[in-house]
Design a protein around this ligand. Structure first.
Ligand SMILES: [Zn+2]
Length: 254
């Protein structure tokens, strides 16, 4: 049986492993499975079993700080080395920014209450989902499958061609107080409705914003169905996205 260590011998062993990181002046070594008091220069005294300390464990507060500093936006973890130039990573990182980057959220208020599911806080999970679709330059969309959805998750998100994604861009700033697709024409006192296809298509002038909105709604829903059918036939969107687009409804509150 190996000879029992003295406190001095224990401290010497601990220094071999941890260097000068800790102060051992309070250590009274008895047995490997007994607790000793170690002093962290940053966090003060902590108790630890002698053998754990010799196995490399140290101050748990320091360990926590270290792992947090490696997290993205303090919450997400990239567990795939060398992936930071891939499309999957760029989409993941942008999604995290929309959920957790205070500066980004301030500049884009539509993302104010966005959340990310726990699963996607780990990059490899997101990557697996992303790569299960073979759509290299598609956009990540969270509103098509579930309207007004705020949660990024595999159940609520889809990948769509950029043209489909921009179909649902709401030009909040351009239209002022009017419903989506509607613009007030001061000169005539009328309301104009316009739908954006490849170019802007003017739908007419109306006496009330409600009538103008109805014109926009009908035209937009037809257009969304047209595009959905075309993209689905060309194999560019999944059945689930196709279905959601075919059922898409424009609301006056959009
Ligand atoms: Zn510490």
């Amino acid at each position: 049986m190996p000879k029992k260590l003295t406190t001095e011998q224990f401290v010497a062993k601990a220094r071999e492993i941890h260097g000068d990181k800790y102060d051992y002046s309070k250590v009274v070594y008895t047995k490997m499975h007994d607790y000793i008091t170690i002093t962290c220069s940053k966090h003060g005294d902590f108790l630890q079993k002698a053998y754990s300390h010799l196995n490399g464990r140290g101050c748990s507060k320091c360990a926590k700080e270290e792992s947090r500093s490696k997290l993205i936006f303090g919450v997400a973890h990239n567990d795939c080395d060398g992936d930071s130039h891939t499309n999957a990573y760029i989409h993941w990182r942008n999604m995290l920014a929309r959920c957790f980057d205070e500066k980004y959220k301030k500049e884009s208020p539509t993302y104010t209450n966005c959340l990310c599911c726990k699963e996607w806080l780990v990059f490899s999970n997101f990557k697996r989902w992303y790569e299960s679709f073979n759509y290299p330059d598609y956009h990540l969309d969270k509103d098509i499958l579930v309207k007004n959805n705020k949660v990024y998750s595999p159940e609520t998100c889809c990948l769509v061609p950029p043209e489909i994604n921009t179909l649902f861009t709401k030009r909040q700033n351009d239209r002022g107080k009017q419903p989506i697709g509607v613009c007030y024409i001061k000169r005539s006192g009328k309301y104009s409705a316009t739908i954006h296809k490849l170019r802007n298509v003017h739908l007419g002038f109306f006496d009330t914003p409600e009538e103008a909105f109805q014109a926009y709604k009908s035209a937009k829903e037809i257009y969304v169905k047209e595009l959905a059918t075309q993209y689905f036939q060309e194999g560019k969107i999944t059945q689930r996205v196709y279905q959601a687009l075919m059922e898409y409804q424009v609301d006056i509150t959009d």
